[in-house]
Every structure is written in structure tokens, then in C-alpha cells.
Write a protein that binds this ligand. Structure first.
Ligand SMILES: [Cu+2]
Length: 220
């Protein structure tokens, strides 16, 4: 192998290790007076479900908004991974998650009763899994991108949201913070989605190393 070819081959070999990538991080704020903490009344199987469950739609703590899905547009999604959707006390856990397209969703029933996990992608059923007893476990691959809204046909108050994303993504935590790693340097559109409060758009220029900061604000 002559020298230029050897050098080119070496560069190709080490390229994956040296591809520059930065991070995007920020917080999601809720401006104005947050709605008071609410509950959803249960209507059956109260020995297992309790009299009520928390209404998890709008969760604000110290002015920060939880469960906002932040997605970077124009960058391929990370490799498919795994997510879990559990059922405890007649709630889905987690309430909101984001998974790269092609990921596998493991569904678990932690309750000693029948739940079902009916996922809708738009109007169409993406999956409909019966979970007859405690520790029932099923998996489904999420092949199509988009928002999967999950409902239980037995317990009408149960809901969860699984965003099957085509770009790097994160969900804001209880402190409103999110962080997405491994983004190639560049300027990107970034969307922030909340189940009740809609969508916000922003733009971020991600450096070759280090982090870009982009905050979002929802509210009244
Ligand atoms: Cu249920």
C-alpha cells in the first residue's frame, strides 16, 4: 500500500472516533400562574387503583415544566434503543417518553388486574396489547415515526405519550431541564412539544464540542 493510500485508510479508520459532536441543553419554563395540582377520579377497581390518580398533564415546579419533548430536526435519529412502559396503580409510567424510530417498547403490567395498552398513531391503532395479570410482559417495535397516544380501554383515565422520533430528542425532567448529546455541529430547528400546551419552535447552533443552550417557555 503506497503512503497516500495508507494515510487515507488510517484517516477513514479513525474518523468515527473523531467526528465532532456537541450537546444541546436547556430548560423549559412555565410563565404565569401554573394550574393547581389536580387529580383524576377513578371509576372502578378502587382497591387497586385508589380513589384517584394524579393528573399528570401539566406539571410545574418552581416555574419549570416537566414532560416536554424536545427534538432536533435535520439530524438522523440515534440508533434504536429500548423503552419501558409500566403500569402501576392504574397509571402508565412514564407518562411521556421519546424513543428513536425502530426502538422496542417493553410493556409491563405491575398491577394485579387487566390493563390494555392501546397505542394510536393518529387515528390508526399502532398496537393493542392485552395485559391480563401482574407481571404480564410484551414488546413491540416502533417502526413508524410520530406521536403514539396510549390509552387503556378498561380504565378511561389512563394515558401516556410515546414520541417515536426521527432526530435526537429528550424529555424535560421535574426541574424542566433537558440535555441531548452527540449532535453534529450545525444550526438546527428544534421543536418542543407538550401534550396540553402545544408546540414551540426554536433554533440552536451546536458547536463541535461543548454545548449550545436553548430554553423554551410555555404558559398562560
Ligand atoms: Cu387499565
Amino acid at each position: 500500500m503506497n503512503r497516500p493510500v495508507l494515510v487515507a485508510a488510517l484517516l477513514l479508520a479513525i474518523a468515527p472516533l473523531t467526528t465532532p459532536a456537541g450537546d444541546l441543553r436547556g430548560v423549559v419554563r412555565f410563565q404565569g400562574a401554573p394550574p393547581p395540582a389536580a387529580t383524576l377520579e377513578t371509576t372502578k377497581e378502587r382497591a387497586i387503583c385508589g380513589d384517584s390518580v394524579p393528573d399528570e398533564a401539566v406539571q410545574v415546579a418552581a416555574g419549570m415544566l416537566r414532560n416536554v419533548v424536545v427534538v432536533v430536526k435535520g439530524v438522523p435519529a440515534p440508533a434504536p434503543g429500548k423503552g419501558t412502559l409500566d403500569q402501576h396503580g392504574c397509571r402508565y409510567l412514564p407518562h411521556v417518553q421519546a424513543l428513536p424510530v425502530g426502538s422496542t417498547l417493553d410493556v409491563v403490567n405491575g398491577d394485579p388486574t387487566l390493563h390494555n395498552v392501546h397505542g394510536y398513531l393518529g387515528q390508526a391503532t399502532a398496537f393493542n396489547l392485552a395485559m391480563p395479570s401482574k407481571d404480564s410482559r410484551l414488546s413491540r417495535q416502533l417502526k413508524k415515526p410520530g406521536l403514539v397516544v396510549v390509552r387503556c380501554d378498561v380504565h378511561a383515565w389512563m394515558s401516556a405519550f410515546v414520541w417515536v422520533v426521527e432526530g435526537p430528542a429528550a424529555v424535560s425532567g421535574a426541574d424542566g431541564a433537558f440535555s441531548i448529546a452527540g449532535i453534529p455541529p450545525g444550526t438546527y430547528e428544534v421543536t418542543a412539544w407538550h401534550e396540553k400546551l402545544g408546540e414551540r419552535k426554536g433554533s440552536a447552533t451546536v458547536p463541535a464540542s461543548g454545548a449550545a443552550v436553548l430554553d423554551f417557555t410555555f404558559g398562560n
